[in-house]
Ligand binder design. Structure first.
Ligand code: MN
Length: 240
């Protein structure tokens, strides 16, 4: 058996190819006991009551995987931090706090979306703190679906403008934030997404070699981390 980790699919009605690939990926799961989705499953999530048919199809695909025996775990990303209880009920999955230490196959791994590690991007961290406030969230969710869609559209345009002017370095993880995360959780492995820089990165923290594994986005191909008794394997999934 194995556990799989994905992130940053950014599912969007405007990009049906990604959703089709993810749907096929879910149907093909074999000998997989758990699937972790570490944030940004959706390009935008305005609330669990969004009737968008494209998202409904993804929910049905996840539900089928859960019914087939795959334990589903979701973590909020910076795009879909409003995924809530109803989404969990409908998919049959569980929401994990960010970060969470997961123990499997004799290893402890810190899982996180990864945006909190990008501490150098100050304007973004201020925005993140604001939208994670329960008061902000309940105010937003009280708006109509149409109003929320319009605001989400604006937020995405703002995000695009921001990321295009920020230096690349500021949008990667901050070395001190990474060291602290390893140290605080007492783990040798961190798995995260968000930066869209898939790979395995070595860090030396307090005289110990530690590994940070980054899952990739699904824009041009799929990206999945396989975790089993033998260890970790990051795989690219070509789009058929
Ligand atoms: Mn992200």
């Amino acid at each position: 058996m194995a556990a799989l980790v994905v992130s940053d699919l950014h599912l969007d009605p405007a990009n049906p190819g990604i959703s089709a690939q993810f749907g096929g990926f879910l149907r093909a799961l074999r000998e997989v006991e758990a699937l972790y989705v570490l944030g940004d499953l959706f390009e935008a999530w305005i609330g669990d009551d969004d009737p968008e048919p494209h998202h409904r199809e993804t929910i049905a695909g996840l539900r089928a995987a859960a019914d087939a025996g795959v334990a589903l775990y979701f973590m909020h990303g910076n795009r879909d931090f409003l995924l809530g209880e109803r989404f969990c009920r409908e998919t049959g999955g569980d929401l994990l706090a960010d970060p969470t230490v997961v123990t499997r196959y004799g290893r402890r791994v810190l899982m996180t979306h990864g945006d909190a590690l990008c501490a150098d991007d100050r304007p973004y961290q201020r925005l993140r703190a604001m939208v994670r406030e329960p008061a902000w969230q309940s105010q937003f969710l009280a708006l109509s679906v149409r109003q929320r869609q319009a605001l989400a559209q604006e937020a995405r345009a703002g995000s695009r403008a921001h990321t295009s002017t920020q230096a690349q370095m500021l949008m990667d993880v901050n070395a001190d934030a990474v060291s602290n995360a390893f140290r605080t959780a007492g783990v040798d492995v961190i798995v995260h997404g968000h930066t869209h820089r898939p790979g395995s990165y070595e860090h030396e923290v307090d005289g110990r070699r530690r590994t940070r594994i980054v899952t990739g986005d699904w824009y041009a191909q799929g990206s999945v981390l396989r975790w089993d008794e033998r260890g970790f394997e990051l795989q690219a999934l070509p789009r058929g």
